[in-house]
Design a protein. Structure first.
Length: 212
């Protein structure tokens, strides 16, 4: 039996293909502590690359299957996260000993208050860590289910399809790009952290107050 590391994109894709994308994105989109340790951006982008044929070889994954599984996982995971938050989310967050989870929950609550439901749920999808906790936090704060469903679906579909298609286009246009998946994943990690770093810097400036 092949050992599968759920935190490793290559391992998940090799073992389960598109179904692995569905399962991991579902968990990362709303299962709180579990989701923090799973790849999101770094799974979708390489999956897209593997959907493009290379050097005359057929694609390793079917593009339409990956797109569908990514969208279903993102939207279904977001809804489950909301339900978790709606039914005991505050108590769950209060009991956790993880400082990372508590900090992320505080940032998610601030994001919802600052930008409103729609914009915050779309933005939150593109920020690592926040995308795992923003849906339970929205449920705990009592965001109306209709508004939540609409905007988390928009955010989930936009995020998941953009990354898969970006990987696919790169794979289709650059020969042998799948030989460089590891550096590409590292680049995606760096780029995906930029919004989080910008938000952290902004929050620190606001806490310090205006410069005299």
């Amino acid at each position: 039996m092949i050992a599968v590391n759920p935190t490793n994109s290559a391992s998940v894709l090799a073992a389960f293909g598109a179904l692995g994308v569905l399962a991991v994105i579902f968990a990362e989109s709303g299962l709180l502590v579990v989701g923090f340790f799973l790849p999101g951006d770094t799974l979708l982008f390489p999956a897209g690359v593997l959907c493009a044929g290379s050097a005359g070889q057929p694609p390793r994954l079917e593009l339409w299957q990956v797109l569908v599984c990514a969208a279903v996982g993102a939207v279904a995971g977001g809804q489950v996260g909301y339900v978790i938050g709606r039914h005991g989310g505050r108590a769950l967050l209060a009991r956790t000993s993880s400082r990372r989870v508590k900090d992320a929950a505080a940032r998610a609550e601030e994001l919802l208050a600052r930008y409103g439901h729609g914009k915050a749920l779309v933005i939150g999808r593109f920020v690592p860590v926040l995308r795992t906790v923003v849906h339970p936090v929205a449920g705990a704060l009592g965001v109306p289910v209709r508004a939540f469903t609409l905007w988390q679906t928009v955010g989930g579909v936009l995020w998941s399809q953009t990354l898969v298609l970006a990987g696919y286009l790169l794979g289709a246009s650059v020969p042998h790009v799948d030989d460089y998946l590891l550096p590409l994943v590292a680049l995606v990690v760096v780029l995906s952290l930029l919004p989080l770093l910008a938000e952290t810097r902004r929050a620190r400036r606001e806490r310090r107050g205006p410069t005299p």
